[in-house]
Design a binder for this molecule. Sequence first.
Ligand code: PGA
Length: 260
Amino acid sequence: MKKLYFGSNLKMYKGVRETEKYLKKLAENTQNISREEIELFIIPSYTALPAAVRCSDCNDIVIGAQNMCWEDQGQFTGEISPCMLEELGVKLVMIGHSERRHVFGESDAEENKKVRSALAHGFRTLLCVGETAEEKEYGISAEILRKQLKIGFYGVDPKESKNIWVAYEPVWSIGVNGVPATSEYAQRMHMEIKKVLFEIFGNQAEKIPVLYGGSVNPENADQLIVQSAIDGLFVGRSAWNADEFDKLIRSAVYTYKQYW
Ligand code: PGA
């Protein structure tokens, strides 16, 4: 069975104590799900990162950062350097989440600088891509994904593929006003993404998991996970309760095994 990826970005919601509580509960709930079968990761707020990394019961949960500056140090007020994340023991960095791109105006070229820096520092690097509703309406979703991937991974050595993850998160599907993508549409876009990754990285691209995110919920998770080009689920709201997330993961793994 291929390894399935499950993770959640806690955005700007849980503080230190809440994150600790959540992680402990999630670790306890999921402890008997084999880590040969799944990779579980959580991306808390910056302020909760030290506590999250120290959480000794949570060794089976990879902890990631929500963003990162591309420079090691310098005159970058308000930014967090890769060295600072390394010092904490963070293993994963997410780059280019839809809210970074669309609320904070980050460009593909900036995401590329961050991706290259994160890989140079040895982080598992999760690049998020996805088209807006308008781009979908114009029928240019595949072109947008191609642009985000080609620029995002520009200059990256194929040898780095082992540390690269990609999340497909259509902007129109994310958050309270989001409409979840159908499993057919998500599968189609994941195939496009895999095609472009193959163009960039050749055979090494096979190692890169591509996760779907955007209004994943207990109703659509099973349908999504059985799609051949979907390697995992990147969940927001439906993951922020540890019991609910555990149930969603178990159901998805069970369904995947039945299907394949
Ligand atoms: P959502 O968030 O599942 O709440 O739509 C997804 C995301 O932003 O990663």
